[in-house]
Design a binder for this molecule. Sequence first.
Ligand SMILES: CC(C)(COP(=O)(O)OP(=O)(O)OC[C@H]1O[C@@H](n2cnc3c(N)ncnc32)[C@H](O)[C@@H]1OP(=O)(O)O)[C@@H](O)C(=O)NCCC(=O)NCCS
Length: 183
Amino acid sequence: MQRLNYFAVSNLSRMKTIHPEETSATATKLVLPNDTNTLHNLFGGQLMAWMDEIASISASRQCRRVVVTAAVNSVSFDNAIQLGDFVTLKAKVSRSFTSSMEVIVDVYVEHQITGEQKKANQAIFVFVAIDQLGRPIEVPELIPVTEEEKSRHKAALRRKQLSLILAGRMKPSDATELKALFE
Ligand SMILES: CC(C)(COP(=O)(O)OP(=O)(O)OC[C@H]1O[C@@H](n2cnc3c(N)ncnc32)[C@H](O)[C@@H]1OP(=O)(O)O)[C@@H](O)C(=O)NCCC(=O)NCCS
Protein backbone atom coordinates (compact mmCIF):
# COMPACT_ATOMS: atom_id res chain seq x y z
CA MET A 1 0.00 0.00 0.00
CA GLN A 2 2.81 2.33 0.97
CA ARG A 3 4.55 1.63 -2.35
CA LEU A 4 1.40 2.41 -4.32
CA ASN A 5 1.26 5.77 -2.59
CA TYR A 6 4.81 6.51 -3.69
CA PHE A 7 3.96 5.74 -7.29
CA ALA A 8 0.87 7.93 -7.13
CA VAL A 9 2.80 10.88 -5.72
CA SER A 10 5.63 10.26 -8.18
CA ASN A 11 3.32 10.31 -11.19
CA LEU A 12 1.58 13.44 -9.97
CA SER A 13 4.87 15.23 -9.38
CA ARG A 14 6.06 14.44 -12.91
CA MET A 15 2.95 16.04 -14.39
CA LYS A 16 3.59 19.27 -12.51
CA THR A 17 5.98 21.81 -14.03
CA ILE A 18 8.15 24.24 -12.11
CA HIS A 19 9.79 27.50 -13.16
CA PRO A 20 13.39 28.08 -12.04
CA GLU A 21 12.41 31.14 -9.99
CA GLU A 22 10.28 28.89 -7.75
CA THR A 23 13.46 26.99 -6.84
CA SER A 24 15.42 30.10 -5.99
CA ALA A 25 17.15 30.03 -2.57
CA THR A 26 19.36 32.76 -1.12
CA ALA A 27 21.42 33.08 2.07
CA THR A 28 23.84 35.68 3.38
CA LYS A 29 26.61 34.71 5.82
CA LEU A 30 29.14 36.74 7.81
CA VAL A 31 32.68 35.27 7.70
CA LEU A 32 33.68 34.74 11.34
CA PRO A 33 37.13 33.70 12.70
CA ASN A 34 36.06 30.04 12.99
CA ASP A 35 35.29 29.98 9.24
CA THR A 36 38.78 31.05 8.12
CA ASN A 37 42.12 29.45 7.27
CA THR A 38 45.55 30.58 8.50
CA LEU A 39 45.53 33.45 5.96
CA HIS A 40 42.27 34.79 7.47
CA ASN A 41 40.45 33.91 4.27
CA LEU A 42 37.28 31.83 4.18
CA PHE A 43 38.13 28.12 4.37
CA GLY A 44 37.12 26.41 1.10
CA GLY A 45 35.46 23.51 2.93
CA GLN A 46 33.24 25.92 4.86
CA LEU A 47 32.13 27.57 1.63
CA MET A 48 31.42 24.11 0.16
CA ALA A 49 29.19 23.30 3.15
CA TRP A 50 27.27 26.58 2.77
CA MET A 51 26.86 25.97 -0.98
CA ASP A 52 25.72 22.37 -0.47
CA GLU A 53 23.13 23.52 2.07
CA ILE A 54 21.63 26.29 -0.07
CA ALA A 55 21.70 24.07 -3.17
CA SER A 56 19.83 21.33 -1.32
CA ILE A 57 17.10 23.82 -0.34
CA SER A 58 16.77 24.83 -4.00
CA ALA A 59 16.54 21.19 -5.13
CA SER A 60 13.94 20.45 -2.45
CA ARG A 61 11.86 23.39 -3.68
CA GLN A 62 11.86 21.79 -7.13
CA CYS A 63 10.50 18.43 -5.98
CA ARG A 64 9.28 18.87 -2.37
CA ARG A 65 11.15 15.69 -1.51
CA VAL A 66 14.16 14.64 0.53
CA VAL A 67 17.22 15.15 -1.68
CA VAL A 68 20.80 13.89 -1.47
CA THR A 69 23.94 15.30 -3.07
CA ALA A 70 24.97 12.93 -5.86
CA ALA A 71 27.84 14.95 -7.39
CA VAL A 72 29.63 18.29 -7.31
CA ASN A 73 30.67 18.94 -10.85
CA SER A 74 32.36 22.26 -11.01
CA VAL A 75 33.70 24.52 -8.30
CA SER A 76 35.80 27.56 -8.93
CA PHE A 77 37.33 29.83 -6.28
CA ASP A 78 37.98 32.96 -8.32
CA ASN A 79 38.42 35.49 -5.51
CA ALA A 80 39.50 35.06 -1.89
CA ILE A 81 36.82 35.83 0.68
CA GLN A 82 38.14 37.54 3.80
CA LEU A 83 37.31 37.60 7.49
CA GLY A 84 34.40 40.01 8.08
CA ASP A 85 33.09 39.82 4.51
CA PHE A 86 29.41 39.22 3.79
CA VAL A 87 28.88 36.20 1.54
CA THR A 88 25.64 35.85 -0.43
CA LEU A 89 24.83 32.48 -1.98
CA LYS A 90 22.16 32.26 -4.69
CA ALA A 91 21.00 28.83 -5.80
CA LYS A 92 18.60 27.85 -8.57
CA VAL A 93 17.77 24.57 -10.30
CA SER A 94 18.97 24.72 -13.91
CA ARG A 95 17.45 21.45 -15.11
CA SER A 96 15.61 18.43 -13.82
CA PHE A 97 16.00 15.00 -15.37
CA THR A 98 14.20 11.88 -14.15
CA SER A 99 15.17 11.78 -10.48
CA SER A 100 18.13 14.15 -10.55
CA MET A 101 18.38 17.92 -10.64
CA GLU A 102 21.28 20.21 -11.47
CA VAL A 103 21.60 23.23 -9.18
CA ILE A 104 23.88 26.19 -9.89
CA VAL A 105 25.11 28.22 -6.94
CA ASP A 106 26.50 31.70 -7.57
CA VAL A 107 28.46 33.27 -4.72
CA TYR A 108 28.91 37.02 -4.22
CA VAL A 109 31.13 38.72 -1.68
CA GLU A 110 30.54 42.15 -0.12
CA HIS A 111 33.18 44.02 1.86
CA GLN A 112 31.81 44.86 5.31
CA ILE A 113 33.20 48.44 5.38
CA THR A 114 33.45 49.62 1.76
CA GLY A 115 30.32 47.80 0.54
CA GLU A 116 32.18 46.76 -2.61
CA GLN A 117 30.55 43.69 -4.14
CA LYS A 118 31.87 41.12 -6.59
CA LYS A 119 31.22 37.58 -7.73
CA ALA A 120 33.49 35.22 -5.82
CA ASN A 121 32.72 31.82 -7.24
CA GLN A 122 30.26 29.35 -8.71
CA ALA A 123 29.52 25.68 -8.11
CA ILE A 124 27.35 23.14 -9.86
CA PHE A 125 25.69 20.39 -7.85
CA VAL A 126 23.63 17.32 -8.74
CA PHE A 127 20.92 16.25 -6.30
CA VAL A 128 18.72 13.17 -6.43
CA ALA A 129 15.23 13.04 -4.91
CA ILE A 130 14.68 9.91 -2.87
CA ASP A 131 11.72 8.18 -1.26
CA GLN A 132 11.60 6.96 2.33
CA LEU A 133 13.57 3.84 1.38
CA GLY A 134 16.35 5.89 -0.20
CA ARG A 135 15.34 5.00 -3.75
CA PRO A 136 15.47 7.65 -6.51
CA ILE A 137 12.03 9.07 -7.27
CA GLU A 138 10.76 11.14 -10.20
CA VAL A 139 10.83 14.92 -9.97
CA PRO A 140 8.73 17.59 -11.75
CA GLU A 141 9.93 19.04 -15.02
CA LEU A 142 11.67 22.41 -14.94
CA ILE A 143 10.66 24.92 -17.63
CA PRO A 144 13.28 27.65 -18.14
CA VAL A 145 11.98 31.18 -18.77
CA THR A 146 14.79 33.72 -19.10
CA GLU A 147 17.61 33.58 -21.65
CA GLU A 148 20.14 32.70 -18.93
CA GLU A 149 17.86 29.93 -17.61
CA LYS A 150 17.44 28.55 -21.14
CA SER A 151 21.17 28.55 -21.76
CA ARG A 152 21.94 26.87 -18.41
CA HIS A 153 19.14 24.33 -19.06
CA LYS A 154 20.61 23.42 -22.46
CA ALA A 155 24.18 23.05 -21.14
CA ALA A 156 23.04 20.93 -18.17
CA LEU A 157 22.62 17.84 -20.35
CA ARG A 158 26.24 18.08 -21.52
CA ARG A 159 27.38 18.47 -17.91
CA LYS A 160 25.29 15.47 -16.85
CA GLN A 161 26.85 13.30 -19.53
CA LEU A 162 30.36 14.45 -18.60
CA SER A 163 29.66 13.81 -14.92
CA LEU A 164 28.35 10.31 -15.65
CA ILE A 165 31.40 9.52 -17.79
CA LEU A 166 33.79 10.70 -15.04
CA ALA A 167 31.86 8.63 -12.49
CA GLY A 168 32.16 5.57 -14.73
CA ARG A 169 28.38 5.46 -15.18
CA MET A 170 28.29 6.20 -18.91
CA LYS A 171 30.36 5.10 -21.90
CA PRO A 172 31.84 8.09 -23.76
CA SER A 173 30.37 6.64 -26.98
CA ASP A 174 26.85 7.07 -25.51
CA ALA A 175 27.36 10.76 -24.71
CA THR A 176 25.53 12.05 -27.79
CA GLU A 177 25.12 15.60 -26.53
CA LEU A 178 28.84 15.89 -25.72
CA LYS A 179 29.90 14.33 -29.04
CA ALA A 180 27.74 16.82 -30.93
CA LEU A 181 30.03 19.58 -29.66
CA PHE A 182 32.89 18.16 -31.72
CA GLU A 183 30.99 17.35 -34.90
C1 LIG B 1 22.59 9.45 -5.31
C2 LIG B 1 21.97 8.06 -5.20
C3 LIG B 1 20.57 8.16 -4.60
C4 LIG B 1 21.87 7.48 -6.62
O1 LIG B 1 21.37 6.19 -6.48
P1 LIG B 1 21.53 5.08 -7.64
O2 LIG B 1 21.03 3.81 -7.12
O3 LIG B 1 22.90 5.16 -8.20
O4 LIG B 1 20.46 5.58 -8.68
P2 LIG B 1 20.53 5.81 -10.25
O5 LIG B 1 21.65 5.09 -10.92
O6 LIG B 1 19.14 5.54 -10.73
O7 LIG B 1 20.82 7.37 -10.37
C5 LIG B 1 19.84 8.28 -9.95
C6 LIG B 1 20.06 9.56 -10.70
O8 LIG B 1 21.28 10.15 -10.27
C7 LIG B 1 22.06 10.47 -11.41
N1 LIG B 1 23.45 10.38 -11.02
C8 LIG B 1 24.03 9.45 -10.24
N2 LIG B 1 25.34 9.71 -10.12
C9 LIG B 1 25.58 10.84 -10.83
C10 LIG B 1 26.75 11.60 -11.10
N3 LIG B 1 27.94 11.29 -10.61
N4 LIG B 1 26.61 12.69 -11.88
C11 LIG B 1 25.42 13.06 -12.39
N5 LIG B 1 24.28 12.37 -12.16
C12 LIG B 1 24.37 11.26 -11.40
C13 LIG B 1 21.67 9.42 -12.44
O9 LIG B 1 22.00 9.83 -13.75
C14 LIG B 1 20.17 9.38 -12.21
O10 LIG B 1 19.60 10.55 -12.80
P3 LIG B 1 18.16 10.55 -13.55
O11 LIG B 1 17.25 9.63 -12.78
O12 LIG B 1 17.70 11.96 -13.44
O13 LIG B 1 18.43 10.13 -14.94
C15 LIG B 1 22.84 7.10 -4.32
O14 LIG B 1 24.08 6.87 -4.98
C16 LIG B 1 23.10 7.64 -2.96
O15 LIG B 1 22.25 7.59 -2.08
N6 LIG B 1 24.32 8.20 -2.76
C17 LIG B 1 24.68 8.80 -1.48
C18 LIG B 1 24.19 10.24 -1.44
C19 LIG B 1 24.68 10.96 -0.22
O16 LIG B 1 24.71 10.39 0.85
N7 LIG B 1 25.08 12.22 -0.39
C20 LIG B 1 25.67 12.98 0.62
C21 LIG B 1 27.13 12.74 0.58
S1 LIG B 1 27.91 13.25 2.04
